[in-house]
Structures are given as structure tokens and as C-alpha cells.
Write a protein that binds this ligand. Sequence first.
Ligand SMILES: Nc1ncnc2c1ncn2[C@@H]1O[C@H](COP(=O)(O)OP(=O)(O)OP(=O)(O)O)[C@@H](O)[C@H]1O
Ligand SMILES: [Mg+2]
Length: 217
Amino acid sequence: MIVLVGANKGGCGKSTTVINLAVAFAKDGKDVLIIDADRQSTASHWSSDREENKIHPFIQVLQKYDNLQPTLKELKNKYKVILVDVAGRNSREMLSTMLVADLMICPLQCSQPDLDTLNELKEQVTRAGDFNPDLKVYIYQTMASTNTKVKDNERQEFLNYVNQFAEFKACQSTNYFRKVYKDTISEGKAVLESNNNDANTEINALYLEVKSVVGEN
Ligand SMILES: Nc1ncnc2c1ncn2[C@@H]1O[C@H](COP(=O)(O)OP(=O)(O)OP(=O)(O)O)[C@@H](O)[C@H]1O
Ligand SMILES: [Mg+2]
């Protein structure tokens, strides 16, 4: 299966989502490939750090740019899952992947500048849908506040916004702002390789949700 993690917004948690999902799949024994289609190379740098620090399982990362369709079609049956990390804007890499992906996860914070980008995404999804009507698009709330006084309201605001669009669904799992996400990435790790139970629970929930959305066991 092909899972695109993309957004028309920078810094919303795309690479963090890709890296953490990749380790979740790999730890579950699934053959996983990351396609790093962002010239900033976050996922590739992470994988080099992982190799240097001799962290297992090893995660394969391939750098590819421009039209990703031929590569994705060629590799689709060679891996159980291909996760595609793209730049935070309307890019050729993102659009070409939308034409062949099974699932697109769009991570966004509950903030006006992030949520405003959903109008652009709606148009892209409509156009991609002419070629790939089976593409499922899920909006994943990232870096949510852990403050108990604002948490529930913020979640509700996010859901109200996303639910206005028939083209998307909101992920049930939510990602909270936790330092462990930054700390693990800089060591070539994922949060499942840390002892932070809250972050572990979040990523396991996202992993199970992704598998259930695409009908994988
Ligand atoms: N849940 C989280 N809690 C705390 N920090 C986070 C979380 N998720 C991501 N970050 C941090 O936020 C920053 C942006 O995250 P990330 O690089 O994953 O975003 P991105 O969407 O891939 O950005 P870009 O558009 O530049 O590719 C990074 O410093 C990352 O460590
Ligand atoms: Mg990134």
C-alpha cells in the first residue's frame, strides 16, 4: 500500500508522522520503504543518524523527486507499505503521489494558518479523484495541547473545521505536543523506541487506525 503524508503547509509534522509510522510498521515485521521526496531531506538525515547509531530495525529510505508515479508503480508490490514524505506546499511530488496512493494523511495543527490550507487540499483531492477515486484522505491533528484546560475545546474546534469538508475525514487518533518527538528524531529513533508511554500510545493508535483504514492486518 502507498501512504502519502502531505500537506500544503510546512512544519505541521509530516516527517515526524512518516518516521514514527515507518518504525511502527517495521517493528510489526512489515516490509517498509520511505520515499523522501522533500529536498530538505529530513527523513534521509534521520535514517543516516539511525544507521550511524546502529538502531534496528533498519529503515530503507529512497530519495526521489518530481513525478513519483513511475517509481511508486514499480515498487508498490515489492513492499508491504511505502510511506511518502513530501515538502510542505503544493508540489509535483505530492500531486503525483495522490494519483496512486491508497491513503493520504494530512497532518495539521489546530491553528487558522494550518486549517486554511484545507481549501487548497479540497481542490487537489477533487482533481486527483478523477484519476484515483479510491484515495482516502484523513486529516491528523498534530502538536495538540496537553493542557487539560484547553485540550477538549481545541479538539472540538479541529473536528468542527474538518467535518465541514465532505472530501476528508478526521483521524480519530491525535498527536500531542511532546518533547520526545524532537528528541527521538535527532537520535535516529522513533517514539516507540523511547519509554514515553503517552507518545507510544498515540503512535500505536495512529498505526492501528491507518491499518484499519486501508484494510491491512
Ligand atoms: N508532536 C510533536 N511534539 C513536539 N514537537 C513536534 C511534534 N511533531 C513534530 N514536532 C517538531 O516540529 C517540527 C516540525 O516537524 P516536522 O519536521 O515533522 O514537520 P514537517 O511538516 O515535515 O516540516 P517541513 O514542511 O519542513 O517538511 C520539528 O522540529 C519536529 O521535531
Ligand atoms: Mg518534513
